[in-house]
Every structure is written in C-alpha cells, then in structure tokens.
Write a protein that binds this ligand. Structure first.
Ligand code: URA
Length: 208
C-alpha cells in the first residue's frame, strides 16, 4: 500500500481533539490548519534540492534551495480549502489549483464542475488536499485530471483515510503516496468514515 500514516505525537494529539463530538467550528478549523501544516513538513521531505551561491555576511557561501518549479497545492472543494492555509504557512510561494467535483446522479461517478489550474502542471509537484479519503472517488478523479495535464509527481494529503478509499486510490494510481494522520476502521452505509470526524466540510464551514 502506498500510504504513510504520520504518527508524530503532535499530529495524533491534534487529531484526537478533532474527533471529540463537542469540538467547536473554530477549534476544528484551527486544528485542520495545524494538521495540514505538520503533514506538509512530512510530505515535502523528499523534495529535491540544489546548491547555489549566496552573499553571506562573511563572503560568498554555498546555500541550498528547492529545485525546479514551485509546487502547486490542489484543494478539492469544499473541505480541502480548510487545509490550504496550513500548507501555505510552510510554502507561501505555492501556486494554487482548485478542483470542484460533484456526483453525476446517473453514473454516480464524480465529475468536475470547476477547475482552475495553474500553468506548467507538467513541471510542478502537486499536493492534493482533502480532509477525508472515504470512497476514493473524488481523489481518483482529481489525480486523473492532474495526470491529464501532465503532472508526474503527485501526493495526497488527507487527515483521515478509510481502507476502502486507500485501496481504490492505490489501485488506480499506485505512484501517488497518500499522507494521512489516521487510517480508520471502515465506511458506514452512509459513506462516513468510522470513527472518522463526521462531515469535515460542515465542521470547517460551520454548516452542520
Ligand atoms: N466526507 C466527510 O466529510 N466525512 C466522512 O466521513 C466521509 C466523507
């Protein structure tokens, strides 16, 4: 399985606070952002670097910078937006590509109703953001879309994953690593992750 569960104590502590039934909108939103920030640190660990010369206070020295085109962050509407600021805290220069998906009532497959992607997708690493990896349908559709645009280096950042969704994404796109704070038990009959977080979008936006 191409999945990395981030077991850092801060990540697990914060995720547990989010699981509390009485977690307020403000607290849930803040924790979503904080977790996204911590997970970005792990998900970017293998970014390539290059040496370059800078003028230091005592003369010229060799420094390092991230090689290649700036990463694009891809929040899936709407809940993925909750993770965006956390990623931007660490990568303020990131380019943002937004994807909106809805279910086609005939085929039951996710279809794109909104996409605004940055240029040169074929040269950028992409970090897809969606708090909940449930059935995996939206994630696979988003990865399909990015690959159609030439994206070659794609990672998925989710707060909680269901085994069912991980299987679907891994089978469709074995090259895409899923970073998650938790791999939970299963999906219930309504498509919610158990124990999960409930409806993450509603909790982030206060629409519950
Ligand atoms: N989306 C959510 O917000 N929560 C789930 O448990 C599954 C999908």
């Amino acid at each position: 399985m191409n999945i990395q569960v981030i077991t850092h104590p801060l990540v697990q502590h914060k995720l547990t606070l989010m699981r509390e039934a009485e977690c307020s909108t403000g607290k849930f939103r803040t924790l979503t952002k904080e977790l996204a920030r911590l997970m970005t640190y792990e998900a970017t660990r293998d970014f390539k670097i290059e040496e370059y010369e800078i003028d230091g206070w005592c003369g010229k020295i060799q420094g390092q910078r991230i090689k290649g085109k700036t990463v694009t962050v891809v929040p899936i509407l709407r809940a993925g937006l909750g993770m965006l600021d956390g990623v931007l805290d660490l990568i303020p220069s990131a380019k943002i590509s937004v994807v909106g998906l809805q279910r086609d009532e005939t085929t039951l497959q996710p279809v794109s109703y909104f996409e605004k992607l940055v240029d040169k997708m074929d040269e950028r690493p992409a970090l897809i953001l969606d708090p909940m990896l449930a059935t995996g349908g939206s994630m696979v559709a988003t990865i399909d879309l990015l690959k159609q645009k030439g994206c070659k280096n794609i990672k998925a950042l989710v707060l909680v994953a269901a085994p069912e969704g991980v299987k679907v994404v891994n089978e469709a796109h074995p090259d895409v690593t899923i970073f998650t704070a938790a791999l939970d038990s299963h999906l219930n009959e309504d498509g919610y992750i158990i124990p999960g977080l409930g409806d993450a979008g509603d909790k982030i936006f206060g629409t519950r």
